[in-house]
Design a protein around this ligand. Structure first.
Ligand SMILES: [Mn+2]
Length: 406
């Protein structure tokens, strides 16, 4: 029996409304180390978005390497890490030769030859015990050759078939390695699988959301014992029991306030999946929203204050009542509750131009360009036919910008 721990989307270094959250990340890693020991985990899989950005700060890197060093003294014999869309593939790859010495395998950059993304992990007796298809987040340039076509639909299709082609190359190799043996194959990926669930303000960059740029879960063959995915921040099955997103361990934004976070413990025996269990991550910093009329906001803040626990609050006035002096009045109220901290206050009932999407006065980094673009099309009354042309074109541009940035 092999015990695998599946986690993803750590986003180390993530800030919330410019607030430092390293304390939460440190708590998470010490909790995770405990779980790895208690559950006697053999293999740790990290399915991308290790860091929140491509140039992690020194404290963020420190946390990452300290955690990996800590693993060396645990039951965990192997670790496999892939890059996500937030990571710099080259940054993750840089220490990989050194990390390999401690049985930590990193695939940051997609390999030209997909077979090189197949990693065979060996047990204490030197025999293969697990085959891991470690496919990082696939960027345009990784899977697609420059197309002469001007039709945006064509380029989407090419990207999709490029992703499928890459995966099938990986699985072909894994099948070869497995041969007639009983050694299980598990897969990893960082992508949006058709039908996946997201919530607004959960920190998932929605480049692929709502378009054909979602891969069907049939990209993972039935003979693969388990697939550990990253990218979506809510823990969920991706169409099948054995294909899952572990979600982010820490709530990324107020949209996830109160949402339960977890990691999966996956038990595998030979080629079969024995079971998958979710282990819930404690909430280290509670997030809450206070919205509605002035009265609703008051009641909520008072109720939270009486609980006498530390809460970060996002205040949004959405009522039709007057919100005169909102900021000052909220500040005055919160002063009597030292454990409450208000991270932002805004009057959404006034911000008519953007209120429909609830964008309000949010930070630039939290605003989804696709939502803004779709708003623009709404305001220009662009019909459905034209939207079908404009949306993919706009996404193509966004995707190009993102590829260029990372
Ligand atoms: Mn992510």
């Amino acid at each position: 029996m092999i015990r695998i721990l599946h986690t993803s989307d750590w986003h180390i270094g993530r800030r919330l409304r410019e607030r430092d959250r390293s304390w939460e990340f440190r708590k998470f890693f010490s909790w995770l180390s405990g779980v790895i020991r208690e559950e006697k985990i053999d293999v740790l899989l990290v399915a991308g978005d290790v860091f929140d950005n491509t140039t992690p700060s020194v404290p963020a890197q420190d946390m990452y390497y300290s955690f990996l060093a800590d693993l060396a003294e645990s039951s965990c014999r192997h670790t496999v890490i892939i890059s996500g869309n937030h990571d710099s593939p080259a940054f993750l790859d840089a220490p990989s030769n050194l990390l390999n010495l401690s049985d930590i395998h990193v695939i940051g950059t997609a390999r030209d030859n997909p077979a090189e993304e197949v990693i065979t992990l060996k047990g204490p007796d030197g025999r293969a015990e697990l085959i891991v298809c470690a496919v990082p987040y696939l960027r345009d340039k990784d899977v697609r050759t420059i197309s002469a076509s001007d039709n945006p639909g064509d380029s989407e299709r090419e990207l999709l078939s490029g992703i499928r082609g890459h995966y099938s190359g990986v699985f072909e190799r894994a099948r070869e390695v497995q041969g007639d043996s009983d050694v299980p194959v598990v897969a990893m990926g960082h992508m949006f699988i058709q039908g996946g669930r997201t919530v607004r303000d959960d920190g998932v960059r929605a480049l692929y959301v709502g378009t054909a740029l979602q891969v069907g879960c049939d990209v993972f063959p039935e003979w693969v014992t388990y697939t550990a995915l990253g990218h979506l921040h809510s823990p969920q099955r991706a169409g099948r029991e054995d294909v899952r997103y572990s979600g982010s361990p820490v709530a990324m934004g107020f949209g996830e306030a109160g949402q339960q976070k977890g990691v999966y413990v996956v038990e595998v025996e030979g080629r079969s999946l024995v079971g998958v269990r979710e282990v819930r991550v404690p909430v280290f910093q509670r997030l809450e929203r206070a919205c509605g009329t002035m009265q609703d906001i008051w009641d909520k803040i008072n109720a939270l204050g009486r609980e006498e626990v530390s809460v970060w609050i996002d205040v949004a006035h959405t009522g039709s009542d007057s919100a005169v002096g909102l900021q000052e009045r909220v500040n005055d109220l919160v002063r009597s509750y030292p454990l409450l901290e208000v991270l932002s206050v805004r009057d959404e009932s006034k911000a008519e131009a953007v209120s429909k999407t609830g964008i309000g006065e949010r930070e630039l980094g939290e605003i989804d360009p696709l939502v803004i673009f779709s708003e623009l099309l709404d305001s220009r009354k662009v019909d459905e036919e034209k939207r079908k042309i404009f949306m993919p074109m706009y996404q193509e541009i966004l995707h190009g910008i993102e590829a260029g940035l990372s």
